[in-house]
Write a protein that binds this ligand. Sequence first.
Ligand SMILES: Cc1ncc(COP(=O)(O)O)c(C=O)c1O
Length: 270
Amino acid sequence: MSAIRVNGRPSDVVPADDRGLLYGDGLFETVAFHHGRARLWALHMDRLMRGCAALDLPLPDSDRLLDDGRAVAEGRARCAVRITWTRGRGGRAYVPPDRPLPTSIVMQRPLPDDLDMQREAGIDLITVRTELPSGGPLGGLKHLNRLPQVLIGAQCRAAGVPEALVVDRDGCLVEALTGNLVIERDGRLIAPGPHPAAVDGVGLAWLRAAAGDALEQAGFRTDQLQPDDAIWVLNSVAGIRPVARLDGAARPTGRTLRAWQRRWAEDVEN
Ligand SMILES: Cc1ncc(COP(=O)(O)O)c(C=O)c1O
C-alpha cells in the first residue's frame, strides 16, 4: 500500500501551481494512528472544519480522509498521519478562485524512535522569544503558514534540543515548538493562554475534557514560572512529555504527570 495518497489515490504528485504550495493556502492535521485507529479523530475533524469555515474552503469528506488515513497507516502498529487540505489550483495570484477544487494529501511517517524515552526521561527546551503572526481569522488554526516554526526549529537544531518554550515580546508563554504547554504547580494544571498565536491543540482539548476543573486556563508570563513548577509539552501525536531542563536548568517532573501519561495511553493509544 502506498504511503502517500493524493485526492484519494496512491500518488505523490501535486500540481506545481497548487495554492497550498504557492501561498500556504490551506490547512493540515497530524493524527496519531495506533493499530489502525485514530482515537482523537473527531477532535481533529472539528478543528479542520473550523479552519475551512474561517478560510472559506470547501469542507472535506471526513470519511474519505479516514479511509485514506487507514490505508497509509496499514501494517504499522503506530504512526503519524499527516492530512493536508489545500484550496487547489486557480484564482488570480492571491485572489482565490470562485469555485475551488481542494487538494487532499494524506501521508504517514513513523513516530520518533526516541519518543518513549522522551516521555520517560523528559526533553530539553530553550526559550525562544519571538514575534508570531497572531489572532484574527487565523487564531488557533492549523494553517499551512509555518515559517515562524521553521525558524524556531532551526534555533532548536543549533542548540541541540528537540523543543522550545515560545514566548512573545511581552514575555507571555505562547506554546512549544510542536505542542501546547501545561504548567503543573502543586498538583494543579495550568494551560497558559489561550494565546492568539498558539494552535488550539487537539491534545489540549483531550486534557481539557479529561481534567475538567483541574485544568485552569490563564495568561502566563515567564517571570511567573517558579523553580518548582513542572512544565509539560502536549500534542496529539507525542502525547505528554515532561520538560527535563529549560535553558540548561533542571525542572521537576510534576507529581501527576505519570498518572496523566497512563490515562493518555489508555484513552488514545490502546
Ligand atoms: C505549533 C503547534 N502548536 C501546537 C500543536 C499541538 O497540536 P495538537 O495537539 O493538535 O497535535 C502543534 C502540533 O503539531 C503545533 O505544531
